[in-house]
Structure formats: C-alpha cells, structure tokens
Design a protein around this ligand. Structure first.
Ligand code: HEC
Length: 274
C-alpha cells in the first residue's frame, strides 16, 4: 500500500518526494517555495493571511483577549494540592510553544502541548480535558500567544521511531483521501495561493504556525487538529479524533518541514464563508 502511494505521488510531485530523509525533504520543500517565489522570504510565510491581519482592536487588545486572559488565569490557578501548571512546564509555561510538538523517546510517540496540559492535570489529581474543551483551548491559546515569533525548531532525535512517525505524517499529507480523492499536498503545495471558493489556499510553509485561530464571527477558537479535520471535510473524508496518533504525526511532519520559520499564533479570522 505504501509503495503504491509513493509511486502515485511521485507521479505528481517528483521533486518533493525524491528525498526520503527528513532533513533533505524539509530542504526540498522550503527550496520549492523559494524557487517559485524568490521575493518571498521564508520568515514571512507565517504571516497571517486573514483579511484583517492579526491586529489589535479599537480597545487596544487582540480580539481573542478574553480567551487569552482566561488561559493566563487558569495557568496560575492552584490545583487542590497547591501546585499549578507552571510546575509541569519550564519557564512557568511561558514562551514554550516552540518546544512542541516533540518526539518523546520514553513513550515512543509525538507529544503535543495539549497532551502535556492534560498530563499535568492528571499528575495533579485532575481529570483530563476533552481536547475541544474551552478551557483547554484557552490555555493553549495563551501559551502560544506568549510564544509568538519563537523559531520553529522540531528536533529529530537519532531514533528510527522518530523518523517513522515523520514518515507517517508525510504519507498522510501526500495521500489522496475522501470522495474528492485529494491530498493535503494537492491544495497546500500544488494549488498554494490559489482560490478555494472565497478563500485563498495557504502554502504548506507557515501552515501550522498560525494555529490556534480565533474566529470573531462566532467567538470561537479553532485548534490545529480541528483545522485538520475541517480540511479533511473539504475532501469529504472522515475526521480523526483530536490528538489521535495520526493527527499528532501529521503535526510533527508539518512543524518539522517548517523548521526555522517563526510562530505566529494565535491568528484571527474575521469572517467565515464556508
Ligand atoms: C481542497 C483544498 C484543501 C485541501 C485538500 C486541504 N486544505 Fe487545508 N486549507 C485549505 C484552505 C482554503 C484553507 C484556508 C481556510 C481559511 O482561510 O480559513 C486551509 C487551511 C489549512 C490550515 C490552517 C492554516 C491557516 O493559517 O489558515 C491547515 C493547518 C491546513 N489547512 C491543513 C491541511 C491538511 C493537514 C490537509 C490534509 C488533511 C489539508 N489542509 C487539506 C484548503 C485545503
């Protein structure tokens, strides 16, 4: 099955799949966009592509300030044992967004920020949040807000399991799925910057770096994994459980190929035309 996919995909995107080693693949993907648009520096791919940039509102606060304030408050609220989240994260959990995702050599899996928030809760006698819980979203949003402009730096440990999860994420990104039989790569590489309805398709570079996204039309926050599922919906493929292994490996792949680009989350979407 894997061989079949690679053969099919090689037919569409030869340059990108010729490198199987993660570092060379990352280089080829970044070079592809640099060759295509030499005037666009890599660092600007994470800029916001929403109509009204990530700007502050008239009040001088970002539109997601309520969620950010809530996240900040939750982060320092003591659990019943007197500890709080800052005991679980370095730097009290501030400015650490670029530590994620990472390959955890102990458990042999990709760990995400949301997962570590839940792990911290469980270590401190609290039950884990559902991954679409508003408080979970606020905590992650606040932590990412304190990490804006951090440089993406996903480490590939010298461990064949890490390369295997990278390859699983990569295969996910390049595999056709859904009734439309389309891969993420078709839209986010081949059709990057073209229109999809009223929206512009963002390129693979910068793709994960603006999430979570705040949508002012309904005052909600969309997480990276929710966005993956929305895009799967475009192709009429089934969604995956939030924080499932498949989506975490996809996240690992996407951040790794974006190494050296700055984070720019949370971002703001002003209106929905979907
Ligand atoms: C049919 C085209 C199409 C396909 C296929 C597609 N996407 Fe998207 N994707 C889009 C469009 C259009 C947007 C921008 C939506 C917006 O502005 O709200 C987007 C946005 C995103 C974003 C948010 C980035 C940002 O800042 O707006 C991520 C992450 C993403 N896609 C990942 C994926 C992944 C992973 C897949 C494969 C499972 C995928 N997409 C498949 C069209 C597509």
């Amino acid at each position: 099955m894997y061989v079949y996919l690679v053969v099919v995909l090689l037919a569409c995107l030869p340059a990108l799949l010729s490198a199987s080693e993660p570092k060379s693949h990352q280089q080829q993907l970044q070079d592809y966009f640099l060759d295509k648009s030499p005037a666009i520096p890599l660092s600007s791919y994470a800029n916001d592509n929403s109509p009204l940039d990530n700007s502050i509102t008239l009040s001088g606060l970002p539109p997601y300030s309520q969620q950010a304030q809530q996240g900040k408050k939750l982060l320092s609220t003591p659990f019943s044992n007197g500890h709080n989240y800052s005991y679980c994260f370095r730097s009290n959990g501030l400015g650490i967004g670029s530590d994620y995702p990472y390959f955890d050599v102990l458990s042999g899996q990709v760990k995400t920020l949301a997962m570590d928030v839940n792990e911290c809760r469980e270590e401190n006698g609290k039950s884990a949040y559902e991954y679409d819980h508003a408080d979970m979203k606020s905590i992650v949003l606040y932590m990412m807000d304190t990490s804006r402009r951090n440089i993406t730096n996903v480490i590939m440990p010298n461990d064949p399991r890490a390369e295997a999860v990278f390859n699983q994420g990569k295969t996910f990104f390049f595999s056709r799925r859904g009734q439309l039989d389309m891969a993420c790569a078709h839209c986010h590489i081949d059709y990057a910057n073209k229109s999809y309805g009223q929206q512009q398709i963002p390129p693979a570079l910068g793709l994960p770096l603006r999430m979570p996204r705040y949508d002012s039309s309904n005052d909600t926050v969309t997480t990276l994994h929710e966005r993956f599922n929305q895009c799967l919906g475009y192709t009429k493929a089934k969604p995956f459980p939030l924080q499932s292994e498949a989506l975490r490996n996809l996240e690992f792949y996407l951040f790794y190929v974006n190494n050296t680009l700055p984070l720019n989350a949370p971002s703001v979407k002003q209106s929905i035309h979907e």
